[in-house]
Design a protein around this ligand. Structure first.
Ligand code: BTN
Length: 232
């Protein structure tokens, strides 16, 4: 990851740009933009991406689509934050939280048998819009001084490369780390999966990446969903 890095000043979404060049570039190519005009989050939500944050997409060409690729992004962000002295954890499946707020999000998109785009949005020096300040934060709020984006990028690419290798070679080791970093385990959460709303205790992340919920003594596996912690 990161042998080739394409840097753009402005783009609609690095994930979209990455998709458009997927056939012309080798695996591991990274697209990074200073700002996105139509950054996207999960479930068609928009992702605010002004200058000062890290908005990037990695082009991966795994033999088959693997839902666990999202954890490569989340773990790499957690390790990058640790490099800068910031403690964080994974809010299954694709958010990274620090100090009780969201600091990064991962968006994977792919085409079976062809490619997976691993999009990572990390709030670094960018201001958080007023209406999101209750729930979102940025690295600069922890360090008090602006961080050199170049160095944050360099650390992030290093960790993305490392975790992608671990996923390919020793996936069970990666999943053990995911379990260790998933801070919702042991807590009562609300999970929205399609039209289902489930409330239960998060007990485990299984090897296939799904979340195991204990709903009044009944165990239920959730493949994907939106988790909230503050719902009462
Ligand atoms: C989420 O939390 O819902 C995922 C947010 C992912 C944002 C990143 S920023 C780089 C890449 N390009 C996009 O349009 N989205 C991802």
């Amino acid at each position: 990851v990161g042998i080739r890095v394409i840097t753009l000043d402005e783009v609609d979404s690095t994930n979209e740009y990455a998709k458009s060049i997927v056939r012309e570039v080798p695996e591991g190519t990274v697209v990074v933009a200073k700002r996105q005009t139509a950054g996207r989050g999960r479930k068609g939500r928009s992702w605010t991406s002004p200058e000062g944050g890290l908005w990037l997409s990695v082009i991966l060409k795994p033999p088959k689509v693997d839902p666990r690729l999202v954890f490569v992004g989340a773990l790499a962000v957690v390790d990058t934050l640790a490099d800068f002295g910031i403690a964080s954890g994974i809010k299954w499946p694709n958010d990274v939280w620090a100090g009780g707020k969201k600091i990064a999000g991962v968006l994977t998109e792919g085409k079976v048998g062809e490619y997976t785009i691993l999009g990572v949005g990390l709030n670094v020096n960018n201001p958080i819009p007023e209406e999101l300040r209750e729930t979102a934060t940025a690295m600069v709020n922890f360090t008090g001084v602006k961080l050199p984006l170049e160095r944050v990028l360099e650390r992030l690419l290093f960790h993305l490369d490392g975790w992608y290798r671990v996923l390919k070679e020793r996936p069970e080791i990666m999943m053990a780390k995911v379990r260790e970093r998933t801070f919702i385990l042991g807590r009562v959460v609300r999970v929205v999966e399609d039209d289902d709303v489930l409330i239960g205790r998060a007990v485990d992340v299984l090897d296939d990446g799904s979340l195991l919920l204990d709903i009044g003594g009944q165990l239920r596996r959730v493949l994907y969903g939106d988790v909230s912690l503050r719902f009462f």
